[in-house]
Design a protein around this ligand. Structure first.
Ligand code: ATP
Ligand code: MG
Length: 420
């Protein structure tokens, strides 16, 4: 076999990395549960249209990043680059309108063909929530506060800043776009080539440009706030008041424009300065037009997604959750008996480690390496007396115990598997 490297932009999650990943996922599921968001799972691939029609023809994702292929039946399918379109599709095809307000939490891999770098992968993982069917600004506050609660639970709240903006309603947007395009046209010659291209395709995205030559032009651009309709402006004020009521602090960032076309009103991002260029860990917004655009009943929605890898990178190491009990047997008879004992104890809810070979000191070393909580040592002679040696590996204390009392004495070392 020649190709034993993982595909560029993908990676294996092992040991420590896997534990951090799971910690983020589990914390998110618990917090989401407290807010009433039940876990759902949608397919990893969808008909290409689900993404192409909704994310917008000019979005980065649709223009360059999708993993699209034709399956054997001739359908054009795409590996999901994000979660919202799939959830919205499910909302329509499962007829969930009756269940609004519909609250969903998801977690899983996403796929985007972009240039891999720190915090930017081609297969990465997101956790996300969607609140569908509530058009009021209190919904925006609920969804943002769920993000805050998660970051707090992970101990990351102080590492991030909440950036907030409004993208207005469609009336505000067309008024603003007209003046914005006029303004940028006046500076067309000095704009970066990317931004010049966006001028016809997606002018709002110029505000988001990182190119140096664009910065002073962007700084002097007309402000969206001057072009918001009274309604859009009032909506935003209510979101801000709601956040204030919950003591959630934020900074206003008029340059925050989401990459996807289906957003309106509230847009937000939690940003950290601890990850270099890839500083956005959690991002979301309101997508009132999405479900109708997909052919469903007009239904507002709001949600966010967070990159598990980026959150994981901010976490301290997570210790292995389970400290096993090592069974160390010496001699053929003892081995057989110990395997039965290991099996019985495992059925009883204990985490048991047992090696296949090695002398006593090797096996004790292994037990230490696995951070075993205790060791049960059984030799042929102990077996003759129906007893074993139980050693507390933290205190070093050891005692001879009758085999039939073992399970009781081990009770304090029983691992909590959370519901097992
Ligand atoms: P960016 O501006 O970084 O490209 P985006 O606007 O494309 O972000 P979203 O589509 O909003 O990102 O995705 C939400 C979150 O998912 C991001 O804030 C980030 O944490 C994570 N994310 C997005 N793309 C990647 C990727 N290629 N690799 C790892 N994480 C990612
Ligand atoms: Mg992107």
């Amino acid at each position: 076999m020649s190709n034993v490297q993982p595909v560029r932009g993908t990676k294996d999650l092992l040991a420590q990395e896997m534990r951090r990943h799971s910690l983020v996922e589990t914390a998110a599921e618990h917090i989401a549960g407290r807010f009433g968001y039940a876990k759902i799972s949608t397919p990893i691939f969808e008909f290409t249209n689900v993404f192409a029609r909704t994310l917008g023809d000019t979005s980065d994702i649709v223009t360059k990043e999708m993993y699209t292929f034709q399956d054997k039946g001739g359908d054009s399918l795409t590996l999901r680059p994000e979660g919202t379109a799939g959830v919205a599709r499910a909302f329509i095809s499962e007829g969930l309108k009756q269940q609004t307000p519909y609250r969903a939490f998801y977690s899983g891999p996403m796929f985007r063909h972009e240039r891999p770098q720190k915090g930017r992968m081609r297969q990465f993982h997101q956790i996300g929530v969607e609140l569908i069917g509530v058009g009021e600004p209190v919904a925006d506050v609920e969804v943002i506060s769920l993000g805050v609660a998660l970051l707090r639970e992970l101990g990351l709240l102080n590492d991030t800043v909440l950036h907030l903006n409004t993208l207005g309603d469609s009336e505000s947007r067309s008024a603003y776009l007209a003046v914005l395009v006029d303004y940028f046209k006046g500076h067309e010659k000095t704009l970066s080539s990317d931004s010049r291209e966006r001028l016809t395709k997606n002018p709002l995205r110029i505000l988001d440009s990182k190119a140096t030559e664009d910065q002073s032009i962007i700084a002097n651009a007309p402000a969206y706030s001057d072009y918001l309709t009274t309604e859009a402006s009032a909506f935003f004020t209510q979101v801000r008041t709601g956040l204030d009521d919950l003591d959630i602090s934020y900074v206003l960032n008029p340059k925050l424009v989401r990459g996807l076309d289906y957003y309106s009103h509230t847009a937000f991002e939690f940003v950290t300065d601890k990850l270099g260029a890839q500083g956005t860990v959690l991002a979301g917004g309101r997508y009132d037009g999405l479900i109708e655009m997909m052919g469903g009943p007009a239904t507002p929605g709001i949600g966010w997604a967070a990159g598990i890898e980026r959150l994981s990178m901010l976490l301290d190491d997570v210790p292995a959750p389970i400290r096993p009990i090592a069974i160390i047997s010496m001699g053929a008879e003892a081995d057989r008996m110990a395997r039965k004992l290991a099996y019985d104890l495992r059925l009883d809810g204990f985490a048991i480690d047992m090696a296949y070979r090695g002398n006593l000191s090797k096996r004790l070393k292994r037990a230490n390496k696995l951070q075993a909580r205790a060791a049960i040592i059984i030799g042929d002679d102990e077996l003759g007396r129906d007893s074993a040696t139980l050693r507390d590996l933290d205190s070093g204390e050891q005692q001879h115990v009758p085999l039939n009392e073992l399970a009781n004495l081990l009770m304090p070392f029983r691992e909590d598997f959370g519901g097992a």
